[in-house]
Design a protein around this ligand. Structure first.
Ligand SMILES: NC(=O)c1ccc[n+]([C@@H]2O[C@H](COP(=O)([O-])OP(=O)(O)OC[C@H]3O[C@@H](n4cnc5c(N)ncnc54)[C@H](OP(=O)(O)O)[C@@H]3O)[C@@H](O)[C@H]2O)c1
Length: 232
């Protein structure tokens, strides 16, 4: 895969999956534009000193002004929307604020970044690639029992992906998503010390699938929600 002279926005790029993906993309020659919410997060970012990485302080990407700052004047090839987060709770215990927090973090941030990306790509007129990050319960709704707000927000990401892919295919913009199962991250190992960590997909493996979907080598795949489950 060759990303030379191509600029890629990676939201959530400072997180576990995001860091692995930014590493893969800069290794393939891309320039990455990576937003962050807190200065502490940017300081810990492993690729912060790479000259192909531009860190942009945006605040929450559920905010339209933040998204506008991120995409301003960017010669955009691909936009990859990893920003998101998980919360487990029974519906009986989930109030409107908790539901809204999940929708904003996972669906609204993704929607607004998709919108900014297709507008930037349409202006340049050279096509492009968008990859969203859903989650396994977005495809397997029953497995979302105990995390219904998260499941609904990620199912929204999956539906958005398929609908947008149809809208912009004529502009040579290919839109896809991946749906990871529980990934092998330090946070998940700490939360589930007795789980079978070897069965979990590694962030580098999930990043490789995303990188292909975002690359010029992906010439025809669109509207897919690709399961990335490993052996789990
Ligand atoms: N980990 C898993 O097992 C798993 C499984 C399925 C799907 N996923 C999905 O995969 C993605 C990455 O997971 P991960 O484990 O790499 O998570 P992570 O390490 O927590 O990284 C998530 C990133 O998203 C950012 N973010 C969250 N809400 C945001 C907002 N409103 N505006 C801007 N940035 C925001 C976070 O910033 P802060 O650090 O400042 O909060 C962080 O940089 C997420 O969308 C997650 O839902 C993860």
């Amino acid at each position: 895969m060759n990303f030379r002279d191509r600029t890629v926005v990676v939201t959530g790029g400072t997180g576990a999956l995001g860091s692995a993906l930014v590493g893969a993309l800069i290794g393939a020659g891309a320039s990455c534009r990576v937003p962050y919410m807190h200065a502490e997060e940017a300081k810990r970012f492993v690729h912060r000193d790479d000259k192909r990485v531009t860190l942009v302080e945006t605040g929450s990407l559920a905010d339209e002004a933040a998204v506008a700052r991120l995409y301003q004047d960017v010669p955009l090839w691909a936009s990859i929307h990893i920003a998101g987060g998980f919360a487990a709770a029974l519906v009986a215990d989930t109030d409107k604020a908790a539901l809204t927090a999940q929708l904003e973090m996972n669906l609204v941030s993704c929607f607004l970044c998709c919108r900014a990306a297709v507008n930037a790509m349409a202006r340049a007129g050279n096509g492009g690639r968008i990859v969203n990050v859903a989650a396994r319960p977005a495809l397997e709704w029953r497995s979302g029992a105990g995390m219904a707000a998260y499941t609904a927000s990620k199912a929204g990401v999956a539906a958005l992906t398929a609908a947008l892919a149809e809208e912009v295919a004529k502009d040579n913009i290919l839109v896809n998503a991946v749906a990871p199962s529980i990934m092998d991250t330090p946070a998940n190992r700490a939360a589930m010390p007795k789980a079978d960590h070897a069965a979990w997909p590694k962030v580098e493996e999930v990043a490789a699938t995303i990188a292909f979907l975002a690359s010029p080598d992906n010439r025809v795949t669109r509207g897919a929600i690709v399961p990335v489950y490993g052996k789990s």
